[in-house]
Design a protein. Structure first.
Length: 83
């Protein structure tokens, strides 16, 4: 029992001597994405040679096939829409 009281006594003196360490909170900015249309899957068959040309173009211009397809479809609709 004396050993337990001795440990408690040492703990109290340590608490009095040492200043408590306050945790520092790090502030980080939150990335907010602009609202955009939800994406859906779109599959179709194209000639093998066209796919190779698209992949080559994407590699040379650092563009994904998805981005190329979206831009191509938007341009097609824009040029064929009758206002």
């Amino acid at each position: 029992m004396e050993e337990y009281q001795h440990k408690l006594g040492n703990l109290a003196s340590k608490l009095k001597q040492e200043r408590p360490k306050t945790p520092m909170q790090e502030v980080q900015t939150v990335k907010v994405q602009a609202a955009k249309d939800p994406e859906v899957q779109f599959n179709n068959w194209i000639p093998k040679g066209l796919l190779k040309r698209l992949k080559t173009f994407g590699l040379e211009h650092d563009r994904s096939l998805k981005d190329i397809n979206i831009q191509a479809l938007e341009l097609f609709l824009k040029s064929n829409m009758k206002h």
